[in-house]
Design a protein around this ligand. Structure first.
Ligand SMILES: Cc1cc2nc3c(=O)[nH]c(=O)nc-3n(C[C@H](O)[C@H](O)[C@H](O)COP(=O)(O)OP(=O)(O)OC[C@H]3O[C@@H](n4cnc5c(N)ncnc54)[C@H](O)[C@@H]3O)c2cc1C
Length: 417
């Protein structure tokens, strides 16, 4: 290595670290700058989360190319991402991969996957790019310590010799080790809390109903004194409730629910109809059409038969009575519970969900034009280590690509000075 060689070190060989490394190395190359780009990864393999993402299919981004609307999908980070998305947004992601022979295809709900439906396609693309640009890859090499002296960073690394670098990117995702490194260089970490989880609910209403789903349920809860509402597909599972609406609600209320130890009263409007008048109309129609039918045999269109039977038990209505025999009080109770069934959330579940961490390096300490630290010159951040997180649908990867892209290019261009 000559004295003029610039050294760029990327800590973390995940989604954002790889994107940044590829951008840094290709910028160095196109600018004719002599430099080295290293990725140090603590795990034996790179890109572990990309591998398991989207159920092994990798939901790369979302088919929404209006950046203002795109930003609405980040419970934390929607203001910070506004400027980065003017440089690299979902449409740029689609083109970036297309240029590298990976076609992204949108599903009806907007999620975009590689046309092969395999996350390995994304991994192979990154590995090929990194290798062709001579990015130096170091698996099993966790960075343990960084110090800065005379404008240079000095890193202590497991299974590797100490190394000095001109620019360092911390792209360690939600790992504790990454937060510790960031703190050691003067950064504040905001309140951490899991996001995108399902709700643990044990209730007789769900008995034998695992797998039953609702197209457009309206869910609301109060946590830490604040009210949160979301609407969308909702699924009964063996453990409680899941599905896009639940995951979204968990994202928006992540910190507040943690503060309340994941205990909350959830109100579910199964019908998806917001107006009490309209729900009443639907039941009036049902009743009048089925006066001589047993209540259990004539259900509203927004309920499946299986759910209806449990629901009647839950509300305390005799199933073998006829609709004509239903008292006014019970009729009103049906309407009331359809609009707002109270259920107690007893905890959170995170099984195979697209779990992310809410919280991280404070946005105010970062210059989002370059992703450089405002506290420590030459230090950069990208991806989930930032206090930015999105809902499900490809938004978390888009954050990783966008901030990685900007950090990678800035580190390389910055080497000119
Ligand atoms: C099961 C699952 C499925 C998901 N599916 C999707 C999806 O389909 N779409 C979507 O948008 N998002 C998805 N996500 C979220 C997405 O994976 C993350 O937001 C994204 O990977 C963040 O990228 P990153 O590079 O910041 O962090 P990561 O991808 O987590 O990479 C960080 C890397 O840093 C390494 N590291 C940590 N500490 C050190 C250290 N001290 N030294 C060296 N290396 C270190 C880690 O081992 C890791 O490899 C999913 C998450 C999970 C858990």
């Amino acid at each position: 290595m000559s004295k003029d060689t610039k050294v760029i070190v990327i800590i973390g060989g995940g989604a954002s670290g790889f994107f940044a490394a590829i951008e840094a190395a290709s910028t160095l190359k196109s600018q004719g700058i002599e430099g080295e780009v290293h990725i140090f990864e603590s795990a034996p393999r790179f890109l572990n989360k990309v591998k398991i993402s989207g159920g092994g299919r990798c939901n790369v981004t979302h088919n929404q190319f209006d950046t203002t609307l795109f930003c609405q999908n980040y419970p934390r980070g929607k203001h910070e991402l506004r400027s980065p998305f003017t440089k690299f947004q979902a449409l740029d992601t689609v083109e970036w991969f297309k240029k590298r022979n990976v076609k992204l295809v949108a599903e009806e709900d907007g999620r975009m996957f590689p046309s092969t439906n395999k996350s390995d396609t994304i991994i192979e693309c990154f590995m090929t790019q990194a290798q062709s640009l001579n990015v130096e890859l170091h698996p099993r090499c966790g960075v343990q310590k960084i110090t800065k002296q005379d404008g240079l960073f000095h890193l202590e690394i497991k299974n590797y010799k100490p190394i000095s670098a001109h620019k360092v990117l911390i792209a360690t995702g939600s790992s504790k080790a990454g937060y510790t490194l960031a703190s050691s260089l003067g950064h504040k970490i905001t309140e951490l809390a899991p996001s995108l989880f399902s709700f643990k609910i044990k209730d007789a209403l769900f008995r034998d109903l695992s797998g039953v789903s609702f197209q457009n349920a309206i869910l609301s809860l109060k946590a830490d004194g604040k009210k949160f509402t979301q609407q969308g597909p909702t699924l009964i599972t063996h453990h409680g409730l899941s599905g896009p609406a639940v995951l979204k609600l968990s994202a928006w209320a992540a910190r507040e629910m943690k503060r309340d130890n994941y205990k909350a009263r959830l109100l579910v409007n199964w019908s998806g109809i917001d107006s009490l008048v309209e729900i009443t109309k639907a039941y009036d129609l049902l009743k009048n059409k089925n006066l001589n039918t047993l209540i259990k045999n004539a259900s509203p269109t927004f309920f499946t038969k299986r759910f209806w039977h449990n629901f009647l038990d839950y509300v305390g209505i005799e199933q073998d009575r006829k609709w004509s025999e239903l008292s006014k009080k019970s009729f009103n109770k049906l309407i009331e519970y359809t609009k707002a069934t109270p259920l107690d959330i007893q905890g959170q579940n995170r099984f195979k969900d697209e779990f992310v961490e809410c919280g991280g390096v404070k946005g105010k300490e970062i210059d989002f034009k370059s992703m450089q630290s405002k506290i420590c010159e030459g230090l950069f951040f990208s991806g989930e280590i930032l206090d930015i997180d999105g809902i499900t649908g490809g938004f978390n990867f888009q954050n990783a690509w966008t901030t990685g892209y900007i950090a990678g290019q800035s580190m390389a261009m910055d080497t000119l000075s």
